[in-house]
Design a protein around this ligand. Structure first.
Ligand SMILES: NC(=O)c1ccc[n+]([C@@H]2O[C@H](COP(=O)([O-])OP(=O)(O)OC[C@H]3O[C@@H](n4cnc5c(N)ncnc54)[C@H](OP(=O)(O)O)[C@@H]3O)[C@@H](O)[C@H]2O)c1
Length: 350
């Protein structure tokens, strides 16, 4: 069978971007044609060198204009969130390239109507489509529980829980996220503010729409746990008595009761009071109802017995595997509902 190929640009080579870049270089249905970087050390380097693969002949550029002028079917747009990405997303779309991006806000989303309208208009101008991708929001929090709902005869409540032990899975943002801060200060100023759930609202809305119900309101809760000993981690140290664990909880209410609850348990090891969750990093979906069900999404055990957290690379891969479907989709913002069952291509290489 001859497979159609797609010309793709990778925009930004952070953690998400590198997972995507590796995929694009290795996948036979993809032809990598451009890489946009901001880091001056990466400018002019071969794309293969960025991810430890053989040379590709594609050199990284920091010229946004050069990327805009390139001929390509799709861009995986994965910059950090420091600058609002909507302007550039719209320019890329209007230049005739399909855009897939984990850099929110996720669309469609009633909290960001102006963004949604601009992206929709840019899609029309370029005759292309836009798709938001990611593990959470974007997969574990929407299409996964909705797919699992096919195994239920009655649903009372869906809980999606992100569990990350940031000691076992070190992340550079540990201090910025408030670990090591005074617990009372953090409770008063959570690093994920009360409105952050709005960025994940498309996922809640997708479940509600799929189940044919309406969300009445979303409530939020935040609690912290104290380090019971000094905790040394890869990016620093958290002193005994300061914040060593955080639990964010966002609840969507339907017909006066919680229907969709997102929990985020981020902990640094186990010297914590309280200790909410133990074990490997994972996304866990629990659907209460008939029959009650539980599903864990996690990496396979490695030689050292640990199961790595793949949440960030999965975010890139979710964008990569959908490239052919988004390129073939109708013009406009396309959601999981529009795409139906995605057909990842070029993954089986014997
Ligand atoms: N939905 C989800 O589940 C989910 C999960 C994870 C991440 N995300 C989103 O995915 C995006 C990428 O995440 P990441 O973990 O890869 O981030 P990251 O590791 O911080 O990398 C982002 C990259 O953006 C580029 N960059 C740095 N400063 C920039 C600036 N001021 N303006 C524009 N670009 C800049 C850099 O690219 P170069 O190194 O190439 O110069 C950097 O490596 C973020 O927007 C994040 O919020 C979504």
């Amino acid at each position: 069978m001859t497979q159609k190929t797609y010309k793709v640009i990778q925009w930004a080579t952070g953690t998400v971007g590198q997972a995507a870049l590796k995929y694009f270089i290795e996948n036979p249905v993809i032809e990598l044609v451009g890489v946009l970087v901001t880091n001056p050390d990466k400018v002019g380097k071969d794309a293969g060198d960025i991810v430890g693969l053989p040379k590709t002949g594609v050199l990284c550029t920091d010229s946004e204009e050069a990327i805009l002028a390139m001929e390509a079917d799709a861009v995986l747009f994965a910059p950090s969130m420091m600058t609002p990405p909507v302007d550039m997303v719209c320019r890329l779309l209007a230049s005739g390239k399909n855009v897939i991006s984990p850099a929110g806000p996720f669309l469609p989303n009633k909290f960001f109507p102006e963004h949604a309208a601009r992206v929709e208009a840019a899609c029309k101008a370029g005759g292309v489509s836009f798709h938001s991708c990611g593990i959470h929001p974007g997969f574990a929090s929407d299409i996964l529980p909705l797919t699992l709902a096919r195994l239920m005869s009655r649903i009372d409540c869906i809980e999606v829980t992100e569990i990350i032990d940031k000691k076992r899975n070190p992340m550079i943002y540990t201090e910025i996220m408030g670990f090591g801060a005074d617990c009372d200060e953090l409770l008063a100023n959570p690093r994920r503010g009360p409105d952050t759930y709005q960025h994940f609202y498309s996922s809640m809305q997708m479940i509600a729409e799929g189940l044919g119900v309406e969300i009445e309101k979303v409530t939020t809760r935040f609690e912290v746990s104290k380090a019971t000993a000094d905790i040394v981690h890869d990016y620093g140290m958290v002193k005994k008595g300061t914040c060593g664990g955080q639990h964010y909880e966002w609840t969507a209410w339907v017909q006066g009761k919680p229907l969709i609850v997102y929990h985020f348990y981020w902990q640094l090891g186990t010297d914590l009071d309280p200790l909410w969750e133990v074990g490997e990093a994972k996304y866990r979906v629990r659907i209460h109802g008939d029959p009650p069900m539980e599903c864990h999404l996690m990496g396979q055990e490695e030689e050292d017995g640990r199961q790595p957290f793949y949440g960030i690379p999965w975010t890139g891969l979710l964008g990569c595997t959908v490239v052919p479907d988004v390129c073939e989709a109708a013009t406009g913002v396309v959601t999981h509902f529009d795409l139906g069952v995605v057909k990842p291509q070029g993954l089986v290489r014997r």
